[in-house]
Write a protein of this length. Structure first.
Length: 295
């Protein structure tokens, strides 16, 4: 019995028109979403470059009056690096271990369901609530005072759910065949997780961590309640008020003169560069650890 060759039906004109219309709507939606982003970036870059210089990056606001043309954001940049760094050291191990438990050990257990519920709740916590919690517990009840570490604690509360969820999704993407092959060779479960699962999901985990850092780098409310404002350089995050870039921008924008507002625009430009640098690092790590590189 011979089979007749299949006949390719040409695409009708109406389907071509519908396809073009949908493509146009997609491009229109893309333009609507991109235009505000580009306008904000252009506004920040245009106004921030006027004061973005060596003096701005290497000097603080100590002994600088509100209307003085000098001063910089060195103390705020240092504070942001330390606060975000301490928050990362706190939240990443806890978040990563939590995601490992949820994926590898807690399937079907009541504790895992409770942890997952509380992680979802923490995801929706407003940043000001995290700052109020640290203010009430750390500053008022324990009486340990304002410090960069207090701000880092508030930021870590906001970082943890993002780290947990991103790491959990990356671990779930690891094929079960890799785990089963490791178990078949007699490798213990903990060593399988360390040697097989985590390296496989490494790129996605790092990307999620970078996104979590970028998410909290621009938070102002938690720092305003826990770190306080200072014009001096404080390299010790555990004692005394310590400035941060979001606080610096807030403080300078609240002063009604052109010199302060110029410094605020420069601080916003610096913060955007910091976030873009984090995303660039995440991209480089993803490229370096890509399967095509064999690492």
């Amino acid at each position: 019995m011979t089979m007749s060759p299949s006949v390719i039906t040409p695409v009708s004109v109406s389907r071509r028109v519908k396809n073009r219309i949908v493509q146009g709507l997609v491009w229109l939606a893309f333009a609507i979403a991109v235009v505000p982003l580009v306008s904000v970036l252009w506004l920040v870059i245009k106004n921030g470059l006027a004061r973005f210089d060596v003096e701005f990056l290497t000097h603080s606001m100590r002994n600088i009056g509100p209307r003085d043309a000098g001063g910089g954001a060195y103390h705020a940049i240092l504070g942001t690096l330390e606060q975000v760094g301490v928050a990362t050291l706190i939240s990443v191990p806890i978040g990563l271990l939590t995601s490992i438990y949820l994926v590898e050990y807690g399937r079907g257990r009541r504790l895992a369901r409770s942890i997952s519920f509380f992680v979802d709740v923490m995801t929706g916590i407003p940043s000001v609530v995290a700052g109020l919690f640290i203010l009430a517990f750390w500053v008022l009840i324990l009486g340990l005072g304002y410090s960069g570490f207090a701000g880092a604690l508030a930021l870590s509360i906001l970082m943890m759910p993002t780290v947990v969820r991103s790491s959990e999704e990356m671990l779930r993407l690891v094929p079960n065949e890799l785990r089963e092959a490791s178990y078949a060779l007699g490798v213990p479960k903990w060593k399988t997780i360390v040697r097989i699962v985590l390296p496989t999901a490494f790129t996605g985990i790092i990307t999620g961590i970078m996104l979590a850092i970028a998410r909290v780098a621009g938070e102002t409310a938690p720092l305003l309640l826990t770190v306080f404002i200072t014009d001096s350089i404080n390299p010790d995050p555990f004692h005394g008020p310590q400035m941060g870039l979001p606080l610096y921008i807030f403080d300078q924008m609240s002063r009604p003169n052109d010199t302060a507002i110029d410094r605020a625009w420069a601080g916003a430009f610096t913060l955007i560069l910091f976030v873009m640098l984090l995303n660039l690092v995440a991209r480089l790590i993803s490229w370096w650890r890509s399967p095509a590189k064999g690492r």
